[in-house]
Design a protein around this ligand. Structure first.
Ligand code: THG
Length: 721
């Protein structure tokens, strides 16, 4: 049986323990180092009997799989020992050596070999090494291991997602070229900080690993088994493949300049066995400080223990370098900040032409606090070098924002350069059929190769932007065929944008633009199961004044979400929750969207002509309301204008505390209920909270100070996600 078949059958397989510490225990003669003192990997060819003995001890202790002695056998690591030209030879020899030890047993037990591939010495996400250098350095290592007959590529002790993405990319290439069935195992190291060295949390790791086609995901090194519990649990719940764990023999302690690991073998074995029986881990072994005695203890502790059954379902997500963001937001939509776009913002364009990178990063970061879930980034500008501008922007943005990027470009070169810099799982915006199927296929392959999700626009080579719902679906089906059937992307990797023309032009031809777009969303969601939908929301209202634009965008967004829209490219601050729009304004917008009568556009524009910019809808009618009601509306709408005057007025009839307790807090409660029922999106909730805070600040001087000598405890809880 192959390793793949045994994992599919739900079996547990035992890995080996540490190699480095076993080598340190041996007497290695100077001539064995062959002038490369300290290069453990050289021993594979200079003193193979020593390494073979370590493998034999582990197999004898109960390992089903041993790791080759090739942790540091990539090109730029071996180059430090002057061995850059012997990468393939060393890896191939190491794999054959482990294979021959496995074959030397005559007990009939099946034994496997994992090719160990370490993290190297430089961090790609921090710019210490680039994608192409990593790729080139690991290619010959992977080729050598494949040639020597490994069953698994074990990309382990990873510190940086951009690094492991690149190695896995090379691994898929080598598997494709050799035609061998080699499983891909990714094992990351989660530090005591709770993240990888560069700051990525386990959610980001799972998102990227799933997208990169990893068969087995695990954790090794850094800590003993105990501290791995939350990460193992999360991987077991949300990673669709198999799970591995390989802890140290307890937390490393520095005693007199030596690393000491103090967890006894039996305790180690029992703790790891619980990950098998309780969480469903299927591959287990040991990292630093573990020896054949630990593997024997693990083997004994897991005898007769069946791995818990797991659901093995994937949670679809995007990810930044640091954390993941579910593609399904509840309530919908996932909001993509639109401001960092040279085509959509004059300010951003000016920041780019003056190369004000701090300003650019500020535009990006501002949207993060404004409630966006992801960030569109477009730096296309005629006369400038887009590859250069995009790589400069992404290289800086990558480490400075927690939100996933949406790479907005039509250039394949820009996409590729961006993807080579990005350690997360981005959304590429976009592919279409304007330049034919071959071009679209190239973009799809690029997304697949780098584990990205992809926006697909309904534009074809003959008619351009599809205008009717039927045509939108027809183009979507063609792109779906290329992406899913030809290239192997999942339907959930695709985000269809059925596009819309503006309703603000009065153009006879585009009067049904809103209807066709909403119907297009409905048809795409119904006909292509699993795919997502997105809209550049502002397109619907181009040409209108800011105030009516805001109303139309907001009402159209609500209609689109009802039709099945999953994501929207928006300026969160420029849309309103339905609760903040007067019924008559909403009706006028709906008449325009659904083309209910000849004068819909005229009526809609006229409604807003007399209203001064910046004030909220229906403000004229609210002036006559009692101050309590006006304060409530200010909180509901997140509108701070005139707050000080309203509070002064309210204080003439009640004290400051009663304003807070009887007006402001009940208003926030309504906000909470609207959010809970999906009628108000997070950015608005934040604006309401800001208004509440501003009001409390203004009331502060009038709040009586009471003696607060009695101490009390406060518990703050944070809801995950
Ligand atoms: N679909 C997809 N991607 C897209 C779009 C889309 N990317 C670009 C664009 N459309 C979405 N981004 C914006 C950004 C800004 C504006 C509209 C869409 C915008 N800008 C104001 C204006 O033009 O009036 C403000 C200008 C300024 O500040 O200078 O409305 O549809 N997949």
């Amino acid at each position: 049986m192959t390793l793949r078949e045994r994992l599919a059958a739900g079996e547990l397989l035992i890995l080996d323990g540490a190699m480095g510490t076993e080598i340190q225990k041996m007497e290695i003669r100077e001539e064995d180092w062959g002038g490369h003192h300290g290069c453990n990997e050289f021993l594979n060819i200079s003193a193979p009997h020593l390494i073979a003995e370590v493998h034999r001890l582990y197999y004898a202790a109960g390992s089903d799989i041993v790791e080759t002695n090739t942790f540091g056998a990539s090109e730029y690591v071996l180059a430090e020992y002057g061995l850059a030209d012997r990468v393939r030879e060393i890896n191939s020899a190491a794999a054959r050596l482990a294979r021959s030890v496995a074959d030397g047993f005559s007990d009939g037990k099946l034994r496997y070999v994992a090719g160990s591939i370490g993290p190297g010495t430089r961090l790609a996400s921090l710019g210490q090494i680039d994608h192409d250098t990593v790729y080139a350095a690991y290619r010959p290592q992977l080729e050598g291991l494949a040639e020597g007959g490994v069953d698994i590529f074990m990309v382990e002790t990873c510190q940086d997602p951009l690094h492991f993405k690149t190695v896995i990319e090379a691994a898929h290439d080598v598997i494709g070229e050799t035609g061998r069935d080699i499983m891909i195992l990714l094992s990351v190291t989660i530090e005591t900080t709770g993240t990888m060295l560069v700051g990525s949390d386990i959610g980001a790791v799972i998102s990227v690993a799933s997208a990169m086609g990893v068969d087995i995901l695990g954790i090794n090194c850094a800590t003993g088994p105990d501290l791995m519990a939350p990460y193992i649990s999360e991987i077991c719940q949300t990673f669709p493949g198999y799970v591995m764990v390989m802890p140290n023999a307890g937390m490393p302690q520095n005693i007199g300049g030596k690393m000491v690991y103090s967890l006894p073998p039996e305790e180690f074995g029992q703790r790891v066995a619980r990950y098998v029986s309780e969480n469903g881990v299927q591959i287990a072994g040991g990292c630093c400080g573990t020896s054949p005695a630990y593997i024997a203890a693990l083997h004994a502790a897991t005898r007769g223990v069946a791995p818990a059954r797991r659901a093995r379902v994937r949670t679809w997500s995007l990810a930044s370098l640091y954390s993941a963001q579910g593609m399904l937001q509840e309530p919908r939509p996932l909001m993509i900040g639109e401001r960092a776009n040279t085509n959509g913002s004059r300010r951003f364009k000016e920041l780019l032409t003056s190369e004000n990178w701090d300003g650019i990063l500020e535009v990006i970061a501002d949207q993060e606090t404004g409630g966006s879930h992801a960030l569109d980034l477009c730096v296309a500008y005629t006369g400038r070098n887009e590859v250069r501008d995009m790589t400069l922007a992404i290289a800086q943005a990558v480490t400075r924002t927690r939100l996933p990027l949406v790479i907005d470009t039509t250039s394949v070169e820009v996409m590729e350069a961006s993807l080579k810099l990005y350690g997360g799982r981005p959304l590429v915006n976009s592919v279409n059929l304007e330049s034919g199927e071959a071009h679209a296929e190239r973009v799809c392959r690029l997304a697949k190769r780098h584990g990205a999700a992809l926006v697909a626009l309904t534009i074809d080579e003959i008619e351009g932007m599809a205008k009717t719902a039927g045509k939108k679906l027809e183009v979507a089906r063609r792109i779906h065929g290329i992406a899913v059937d030809r290239v192997g992307l999942a339907p959930q990797d695709l985000v269809f944008d059925v596009l819309t023309f503006t309703l603000g032009s009065g153009d006879q031809d585009s009067r049904n633009a809103g209807i066709e777009t909403l119907e297009g969303i409905r048809q795409v969601k119904a006909a292509l199961p699993g795919v997502w939908t997105v809209l550049g929301l502002s397109n619907i209202s181009f040409g209108l004044a800011p105030q009516p634009r805001k109303i139309l965008n907001s009402v159209f967004l609500a209609e689109a979400v009802a039709a099945g829209l999953d994501m929207a490219i928006v300026h969160a601050a420029s849309i309103l929750p339905m609760a903040a729009i007067a019924d008559e304004d909403r009706e006028a917008a709906l008449a325009l969207i659904y083309n209910r009568h000849e004068n819909a556009l005229f009526d809609f524009i006229k409604r807003f002509e007399d209203r001064t910019g910046g004030t909220e809808a229906a403000s004229e009618s609210s002036a006559s309301l009692p101050v309590e009601k006006r304060l409530e509306q200010a909180v509901l709408r997140g509108n701070r204008a005139g707050l000080d005057l309203m509070l002064d007025e309210a204080r003439t009839s009640r004290d400051a505390l009663s304003i807070i307790n009887e007006i402001l807090i009940p208003a926030m409660k309504i906000v909470g209920e609207l959010f809970g029922s999906g009628k108000m999106q997070l950015p608005f909730v934040l604006q309401s909270a800001e208004t509440m805070r501003a009001a409390v600040d203004l009331l502060q001087p009038w709040i009586e100070k009471k003696d607060a000598s009695k101490p009390c405890s406060m518990v703050l809880a944070t809801v995950r996600g």
